[in-house]
Structure formats: C-alpha cells, structure tokens
Write a protein that binds this ligand. Structure first.
Ligand SMILES: NC(=O)c1ccc[n+]([C@@H]2O[C@H](COP(=O)([O-])OP(=O)(O)OC[C@H]3O[C@@H](n4cnc5c(N)ncnc54)[C@H](O)[C@@H]3O)[C@@H](O)[C@H]2O)c1
Ligand SMILES: O=CCCC(=O)O
Length: 483
C-alpha cells in the first residue's frame, strides 16, 4: 500500500523530496510492524509552508463562498468514494477496528460536506444605529493563515473538522498531524490536490512537534492556531501564543462521567455505556471515564455489563468482527495499567480484565476491564485514562451525583441515562460540561458545536459555530449626510 519512503511534506501544491536521513518510521500498533517512513521535518519546512499559505491567502479569501464550496464538495465526494481504502490505512496506522475506521472517514467527509454548504452562508450584520447620521455594519472576514495541530486518536476526522471550516471561511492552512498517524493526513492532502484546491491553500508538514509548533507560534503570519490534543500541550500553546496574542481554538482532554439513574432501560444503558467506553478502545476524548450507577440497579447493571464486556473481541482491527484493537503504543498500555494498579491498591475489585493481553499478537493490547468498589481518591476518578477501563461507583441522591460528576477540572462531555424527561433536562442543565448526551453517547456531528469548558478547551468545532472560529467580525461605522 505504501512505498518504504512516503512523501509527507506538501507545500504550495507540491510534494517535497525527503532524504532517508531525516525520516521517522510509522508502525502498525496491532503488529508492531513498520508500515513506511515519512519526513521528520522541522522549522525550515514549516516556514516555507507558512509562506506558501500566506501567498495563497489573498486569492483564496477573495473567492466567493460559493466558489470555495465547490472545492470542498469535490473533496467530500472523493473522500466518500474512497472511504474503504482510507479506512484500511487509518486502521493500519492507528489500530481501531476497520468498521470504526471507515465510519470515521465517512464522518470526516461529512465535515467537508457541511462546510461546503456553510461556505455560502457567511452572513454579516446590519446594526440599527442610535443616530440617523451613521450606518453600522459587521462583516465577517477570514482570520488569515491558520496552523492546525491534530492528534492520533481520530487521524482523519480531527483534520477535516478543522480544515473544512477554515477553508470555507477563506483561510489558508498549515497542518501538522500527530507523528503516530501521518498517513491519513497525507491521504487528505491528496484529496484536496485531486479536488483542484489552489496551490498553497493547504500545506502539510510532518515531523518534530516542538520545532514545527514553535514556528507556527512565533511566525507573525500565522494568525490562528487550532489544536486538538492533551490539556498539557494546550496549556503550553496558550503560554507560547500569548507573545503574539494569537487566536486559539483548543479541543483538549476530557473525563466524562456517565450517570445511570434507577429508571434507565438497563439493556439500552449497558450497551450505550459500552459504546461510549470502548469506541476506539477508550481512546476518545468524550469516552466515559467514570460511571455512576444508582444503588437500586447497581447489581443488575454491573452483572449485565460484565456479560456484555466479556463478549468483546480483542484483536487486529483488520480482522473480522473485532471490537477492540490495540492501544496506540506501549506507553498507553502502561498508563492504563497504572490507573488499574492504583485503584486496586486503594481497594478496587477487578470484575474482569485488569491486565495486558499478549496471547496472540505482538501489539499493545489491554483487556477490557471493569472495576468496582471505587473511591474518589483513586487516580482513575481524576485523570484521563484513555483506555478500556470502566470504574463503577454507586449513588443514591441526584444532587450528590451531579456534584461528584462536576468535581473535575475537565468539562468536555457527560452522559445521562434515564427514561424521565424532566430529570434528563434538569440534570443536563446542571452538568458543567460543553456537551451532554442523554441516552446518546455519540453526540459528535458536523451540524452541532463540539467543544469543552473548564480545562477541556476553548472554542467550538462543528456547526456554524465552528466556522466562526476562523472569522474576524469587522465593525464598519459609516457617517452619512442625512440631509
Ligand atoms: N476535545 C477534543 O475534541 C479532543 C479530540 C481528540 C483528542 N483529544 C485529546 O487528545 C489527547 C490525545 O491525543 P495526543 O496524545 O495526540 O495529544 P498530544 O497533546 O500529545 O498531541 C496532540 C498534537 O500536538 C502535537 N504536539 C505535542 N507537543 C507539541 C508542541 N510542543 N508544540 C506543538 N505541537 C505539539 C503532537 O505532535 C500532536 O500532533 C487526549 O487528551 C484527548 O482527550 C481531544
Ligand atoms: O476524540 C474525539 C472524538 C470525536 C468524536 O466523537 O467523533
């Protein structure tokens, strides 16, 4: 599928030659086999990419929304048509089961479609003036060159969720994907190339995160940094971008609570909790990290959950009917096990799993795990686990469980399971989270604003809100002769 050396620097519409000496190897996390090598670029290439984006900006931003829309729509079509092949590449580099990977690619394409439609709906405002001698208006204008930095857990959709609204708004982009998963990013650039997107509008640089990041942060041409990744790196970007007061959109870590009330439908709720926790093997920013189950149903719920979890099949994402792939690397397995070990040392009971799985494959596998007898001082109740572990705690009182759910610095997503609509609304309103799913654990969709509060981020992706991130609102005050 790939040459041993894959070109991964796309600047001004051209794939740059790379030297074997400056490469990094991309591994399949399911088998630990090398897939290919890509460029390990740095400051020089990033500066060149920023210059290309800067030079492309005037023409791209002056196109009409309808014109930009045509390129995005073409890219959407190409991505949809190629979803199976792109899904395989995604599974090879990231590990998630093929059906999830193809689903992600189709979801990624849907961001292109949504913003192809939004591109021509970029409205301004006409403000009623307090005097007859003035006319006041607000016009939205593209912010300029955007630096986009993306994570490995959703190597395709996290890119289009940023690039589609940025391009629709009229911005040009330099993309730095995660070092673990550059292959999906390369494929997305090829799609833009085939869609005829003009040279310099989209640029890709793979390699040294710190060096590329530093250029994006210090080059005055870059007006906006859009980032998805950990809260720790997000804080670093806030500090460094302060020097030039750059605009920032940050989609950061999460620590989602799931609250199952006594009136929940047990079969539905257990399946949904599994969907939330084990999608992408727990490596999803909006995954359930804490589970609160009402005391009255706790035993029945835990037993049913255990039965269903024990049926999950672990293996290479390219094998048939696999539910859980490998974790991204050994460090991830160690972090997951550290949370399990810390919890058991503090009294947790391992209901199932609780260890790495090396029976069949060389990859980084961790068994799906349920922990009970959980207490608040355990690490897993405060830190993002990013792996396949569910800690179950019980509760009896609605206001108490809301307090517990809100007792975190994170504020990305929270879930409520109940058949009572009054309770669903009451509790949703009191949860300090950017996203609340009620009997729904897959809230991400192109038409809705996705994003966290507190230390889970700044800004939104998706919906018309997602395009606003890439637009300045210019206020124009016109003095007129009213006679
Ligand atoms: N809120 C969301 O929408 C969302 C979505 C997906 C993932 N995430 C979060 O992402 C994290 C997992 O992803 P990750 O491990 O790739 O995160 P990460 O923060 O380690 O890396 C994210 C990106 O930042 C780059 N990076 C790292 N150091 C940098 C630096 N000094 N300068 C510039 N770039 C730098 C990485 O190379 C990568 O491209 C989790 O915390 C998860 O919750 C959040
Ligand atoms: O980690 C980010 C998840 C986004 C999604 O749910 O599609």
């Amino acid at each position: 599928m790939f040459e041993s050396l894959t070109k991964s620097i796309f600047i001004n519409g051209k794939w740059e030659a790379i030297s074997e000496a400056h490469t990094e190897t991309i591994y399949n996390p399911a088998t630990l086999e090398p897939i290919t090598k890509v460029a390990h670029a740095g400051a020089k290439e990033t500066t060149k990419a920023i210059t290309a984006a800067d030079e492309a900006f005037p023409q791209w931003s002056q196109k009409t929304g309808r014109e930009r829309s045509r390129y995005l729509y073409k890219a959407y079509q190409l991505m949809q048509e190629d979803a199976e092949r792109l899904g395989k590449i995604l599974t090879m580099e990231q590990g998630k089961p093929l059906n999830e990977a193809i689903g992600e690619v189709k979801g990624a394409a849907n961001f292109l479609l949504w913003y192809a439609e939004e591109a021509s709906r970029n409205y301004g405002e006409w403000l009623p003036s307090s005097t007859n001698s003035k006319r006041l208006m607000v016009i939205p204008q593209a912010v300029g060159v955007v630096g986009a930095i993306t994570p490995w857990n959703f190597p395709s959709s996290m890119i289009t969720r940023k690039l589609a609204p940025a391009l629709a708004a009229g911005c040009t982009v330099v993309l730095k994907p995660a070092p673990e998963t550059p292959l999906s990013a390369i494929e997305i650039m090829k799609i833009f190339e085939r869609a005829g997107v003009p040279n310099g509008v989209v640029n890709l640089v793979t390699g040294d995160a710190k060096a590329i990041g530093q250029q994006l942060l210090t080059n005055k041409v870059v007006q906006h940094i859009t980032f998805t990744g950990s809260t720790a790196v997000g804080k670093y970007l806030i500090r460094e971008s302060a020097q030039q007061v750059k605009k920032l959109s940050l989609e950061l870590g999460g620590h989602a609570p799931s609250i199952v009330f006594a009136d929940a439908d047990l079969d539905k709720a257990t399946s949904l909790v599994i969907g939330s926790k084990f999608r992408n093997n727990g490596q999803t920013c909006i995954c359930t990290n804490r589970l609160y189950v009402h005391q009255h149903i706790a035993n029945d719920f835990a037993n049913l959950l255990k039965v269903k979890v024990s049926q999950l099949k672990l293996g290479s994402g390219l094998e048939n009917e696999v539910d859980l792939g490998p974790l991204i690397n050994q460090k991830a397995c160690e972090k997951v096990h550290d949370h399990v070990k810390d919890a058991t040392e503090k009294g947790a009971i391992v209901e199932c799993g609780g260890e790495q799985w090396n029976d069949k494959l060389d990859g980084h596998y961790y068994k799906p795990t349920i922990l009970s007898n959980i207490s608040d001082e355990m690490k897993i109740m405060h830190e993002e686990t990013f792996g396949p572990v569910i800690p179950i705690q019980t509760f009896t009182d609605e206001s108490e469980v809301i307090k517990q759910a809100n007792n975190t610095d994170y504020g990305l997503a929270a879930y409520v399971f109940t058949e009572n609509t009054n309770r669903a609304i009451r509790v949703s309103e009191k949860l300090d989270y950017g996203i609340v799913g009620v009997n729904d654990v897959f809230p991400a969709t192109p038409e809705a604003p996705f994003g966290g509060i507190k230390q889970s981020g700044i800004g939104k992706e998706g919906g018309h809100h997602g395009m606003d991130e890439f637009l300045e609102k210019k206020y124009i005050s016109i003095g007129i002769d009213s006679k």
